[in-house]
Design a protein around this ligand. Structure first.
Ligand code: ZN
Ligand code: ZN
Length: 181
């Protein structure tokens, strides 16, 4: 399932107050939230009957409580609240790889657990990296690997490769920064 695409402005004064008064909050709350900060809804795509939820702070307490911004509606119709919510207890155990992934959402969150939600931005960046790798391989001196068909839509551009280093082509196109965990 894809991640919800809702995004909203963090209410700065309220968030500062919550961070300053919560148990296990940051030592210096102004370092934890910016005046013009936005959060993405991290839940799986959902309808309007469920609130959006963006994670603000992981409390340093023994009983795993996080500060979340919950909201519904947009613009002037937005209704929001800040809540200290316990972690969702769900874990995904993969026996084959012996990995255990915990759900990053809060207890009783709507929709699927975080390990079943795909971040579209993360996928976009991953796809971009893969196409860059293919480009570098096709531009390098490696001959076509047998059995490795060229990706459709990315034809080699003859004449643009002028030897090692291929001058004139930026190596690092802009990739959006992401703080996604
Ligand atoms: Zn949402
Ligand atoms: Zn969960």
């Amino acid at each position: 399932m894809l991640q919800c695409t809702a995004v909203t402005h963090v209410p700065y004064a309220e968030a500062l107050l919550a961070l300053a008064t919560m148990e296990g909050g940051p030592e210096h709350p102004p370092d934890a939230v910016e005046p013009e900060e936005f959060v993405l809804c991290e839940l799986g795509d959902h309808d309007e009957s469920a609130e959006h939820a963006g994670h603000l702070w992981t409390a340093d307490t023994p009983d795993d409580q996080d500060l979340w911004l919950l909201w519904s509606g947009t613009g002037a119709h937005r209704v929001h609240r800040l809540g200290m919510l316990r972690l969702c207890p769900a874990v995904l155990r993969e026996l084959a790889t012996r990995t255990v992934t915990t759900c990053a959402f809060f207890d009783h969150h709507p929709g699927p657990h975080s390990f079943s939600v795909t971040d579209p931005l993360g996928d976009l960046i991953a796809a971009h990296v893969h196409s860059e790798v293919r480009r570098l391989i096709s531009e390098g001196d490696a001959p076509d690997a047998p059995g490795e068909p060229d990706a459709p839509g990315t034809p080699d551009a003859p004449g643009t490769f002028n030897g090692p280093g291929a001058p004139g082509r930026p190596d690092t196109p802009d990739v959006p920064d992401t703080d996604a965990p």
